[in-house]
Design a protein around this ligand. Structure first.
Ligand code: G3H
Ligand code: 13P
Ligand code: ZN
Length: 349
């Protein structure tokens, strides 16, 4: 299948009542792990690259690896998404390269650190929406600010510092026409999200449900959705790592989110943990080895296992053959003639 848009994947997920994992990549092995997991579980999938990933891998490498994935797995609906675009220019360059969807994270200013005002966020996001939709490309916006900091991106602080206000979410969705909306409900990027198994005092699932009630047709996005499983932490520490005790977002909470409008679930950290654990194990158990394939193969397999598990847990497994690709040109037509609705349904309080 050619690369498809995130909007199509999420519309289909809404029809089927499931969520779609969006997995971050920086290199070929991570793309391979995701595609093998998608094949194994017959799942549609979103592969996403952050600004850091684009810098690390270089745009052309990333793009051509994604084309190779689409070519090698013609049965898998696959979207290529920009994660946490910090400015109009970053989104524009991703679209020019061939990404089929972009996130304009206007919750922060272009420095990727300072929380932006609501008006600044609306303005830059709407500018990206206008540019992207004219070209058939989907846009994710963010309202509220996630906790933590990842590769220089993030406001720092707790996930509870800037949770999403439902009224602002409604106004933001109406004024920008985004295809999907990331909300802040107490999660953070990275491994250190919670100091104990999270309850409603730190992970605001009630807020998510309230936002979904007001915006029942809007595809919600959960960032910072790694579960940081104890077994993956243990492997790293068993083989010389020094992770401090930590908790992520329990899968059952994500599943509750999916029942309440979450269609895109962002996962990066769990895969990082799986890869690092597998590599450490090889280094410690067989220190005589030096062929990168000896540790990259188990690393890739460990990531595939996590991704396949998440695909099953999010419900996307089994749905790869439900539909055929809508071309980017037809998506552009749909936005232009109004058949692709961008005005959200809004329910009274
Ligand atoms: O947004 C966070 C993702 O985990 C990407 O992280 O910016 O370190 O590539 P990164
Ligand atoms: P995690 O750090 O929880 O994997 O979150 C990833 C993410 O939200 C990418 O945008
Ligand atoms: Zn994120």
């Amino acid at each position: 299948m050619p690369l498809v848009t995130t909007r199509q994947l999420l519309d289909e997920a809404a029809k089927g009542g499931y969520g779609v994992g969006a997995f971050n990549v920086n290199d070929m092995e991570q793309i391979q792990a995701i595609m093998e997991a998608a094949k194994e579980t017959n799942s549609p999938v979103i592969i996403q690259a952050s600004r850091g990933a684009r810098q690390f891998a270089q745009d052309n490498y990333l793009y051509h690896l994604m084309l190779a994935a689409a070519e090698l797995y013609p049965q898998i609906p696959l979207a290529m998404h920009l994660d946490h675009g910090n400015s109009f220019e970053t989104c524009e360059s991703a679209i020019k390269l061939g990404f089929t969807s972009v996130m304009m994270d206007g919750s922060l200013k272009a420095d990727g650190k300072t929380p932006a005002t609501f008006e600044e966020n609306v303005e830059v996001t709407k500018k990206v929406v206008d540019y992207a939709h004219e070209r058939g490309i989907s846009v994710e916006g963010e309202i509220g600010v996630l906790g933590g900091i990842e590769d220089g991106h993030g406001a720092g602080g707790s996930g509870l510092d800037h949770v999403t206000d439902p009224d602002q979410a409604v106004e933001f969705a109406e004024r920008t026409g985004v295809d999907s909306l990331a909300i802040a409900i107490g999660t953070s990027h990275g491994a250190y999200k919670f100091t104990k198994k999270p309850d409603g005092s730190v992970l605001k699932m009630d807020l998510l449900i309230a936002i979904h009630k007001r915006l029942p047709s809007t595809h919600l996005v959960m960032h910072g959705s790694s579960s940081v499983p104890k077994d993956l932490q243990d492997i790293i520490n068993q083989y010389g790592g020094k992770l401090k005790e930590t908790w992520g977002v329990p899968v059952e909470e994500i599943q509750l989110g999916i029942k309440n409008g979450v269609r895109k679930v962002n996962v990066d950290t769990d895969n990082r943990l799986a890869i690092t654990g597998a590599i450490r194990k090889v280094f410690v158990e067989t220190p005589e080895k030096f062929d990168p394939r000896d540790y990259l193969k188990p690393a890739r397999a460990a990531m595939q296992k996590v991704v396949a598990q998440r695909m099953t847990q999010f419900g996307q497994a089994g749905h790869a053959s439900d539909y055929t690709a809508i071309s980017i040109a037809d998506m552009a037509k749909g936005y232009a003639d109004g058949t692709l609705v961008t005005k959200p349904l809004v329910a009274a309080k």
